[in-house]
Design a protein around this ligand. Structure first.
Ligand code: C2E
Ligand code: MG
Ligand code: MG
Ligand code: MG
Length: 292
């Protein structure tokens, strides 16, 4: 009957759901071709040392420029890449492209720059990271100590033994391991002690709060202090204002990243920023020697 039909229509063609499913299938299909068609690119956001104010490295951030549609943010397509297994070739492409770019900058007068690459939890589980990292370092000629992997708390929460084994292998290779978005998960820094993490990236949600709330300020202060006591260095993500920078400098955060200094840039723009020697003014940073 018409009534049943109506109900079926409602079930299968609810306007909202239809759009979502269509969009998903559409993105999935397009993502399959994105690599081969050269639609993926990396942008680079500088990381600035608060001891001296110079750019010491950068983070590679994946961009997908879809013809006729425009930029698709990574949060929209990386989960899909993970579900479909496409994260394996895409993740390898990211690592190879980032290392090739870093090698070019090393040869172009910036021999100590570091490059950080994001690795999501499902990606880490699906790929053999130590093997891939070994191969890419050898092929690109980038020294292991110049490569950093940004990992998430959820990665550290999954299959403990396998994760710890792979992290140890990565440390044996000599790469730097950092913990991205710290504070958004459930783990305390003391829990993280069991993992060979070198750098804590304090999530931007904390940084946003440091100048507006007493809680935000004290949380950030205690993350910096605890990380130091565990021999980890700290970098603040999402630094947007002079006030946030001042707070982080006063409390001896080691480094910053964020729109205040620079948005993520295309490779050529990043090259120009490096050539220009852009750095923080002396009164925005401290000058005590510290070890990395
Ligand atoms: P993330 O690794 O935490 O990267 C930081 C995100 O914050 C980036 O967003 C960056 O553009 C943005 N950001 C940087 N500075 C500021 C600031 O001052 N204010 C604000 N509001 N935002 C800032 P993006 O590029 O959209 O990347 C989002 C997430 O996608 C990344 O978060 C990372 O988890 C993931 N991602 C990006 N590239 C890759 C990749 O190659 N592989 C994997 N597995 N994940 C990636
Ligand atoms: Mg990151
Ligand atoms: Mg982050
Ligand atoms: Mg994030």
């Amino acid at each position: 009957s018409a009534k049943d039909k109506g109900r079926n229509c409602y079930q299968f063609y609810h306007p909202k759901m239809g759009v979502l499913m269509e969009e998903r299938a559409d993105i999935e299909h397009a993502l399959h071709q994105a690599l081969a068609r050269g639609e993926l690119e990396l942008h680079y956001q500088p990381k600035v040392d608060l001891n001296g104010g110079q750019i010491y490295g950068m983070e590679a951030l994946l961009r997908w420029r879809r013809p006729d549609i425009g930029q698709v943010p990574p949060d929209r397509f990386i989960p899909l890449a993970e579900e479909t297994g496409l994260i394996i070739p895409i993740g390898e492409w990211v690592l190879r492209t980032a290392c090739a770019q870093l090698h070019a900058w090393h040869g172009g007068g910036f021999p100590h720059l570091t490059m950080a690459v994001n690795v999501s939890a499902r990606q880490f589980r699906q790929m053999n990271m130590p093997d891939l990292v070994r191969a890419v370092l050898a092929d690109s000629g980038v020294p292991a100590q110049c490569l950093e992997l940004e990992l998430t708390e959820s990665l550290l929460m999954q299959n403990q033994e396998l994760v710890v084994r792979d992290l140890k292998q990565l440390k044996e290779i000599g790469v730097t391991l950092s913990l991205d978005d710290f504070g958004t998960g459930y783990s305390s820094l003391s829990y993280l002690k069991q993992f060979p993490i070198d750098v804590v990236k304090i999530d931007q949600s904390f940084i946003r709060d440091v100048t507006d709330s007493v809680d935000g300020a004290s949380l950030t202060k205690s993350i910096i202090a605890m990380a130091k006591s565990l021999n980890m260095t700290t970098i603040a993500e999402g630094v947007e204002t002079q006030g946030q920078l001042g707070f982080l400098n006063t409390h001896r955060c080691d480094a910053i990243q964020g729109y205040y200094f620079s948005r993520p840039l295309a490779g050529s723009e990043m090259g120009m920023l490096l050539q220009a020697g852009t750095q923080l003014p002396p009164d925005s940073c401290h000058a005590e020697p510290r070890q990395r």
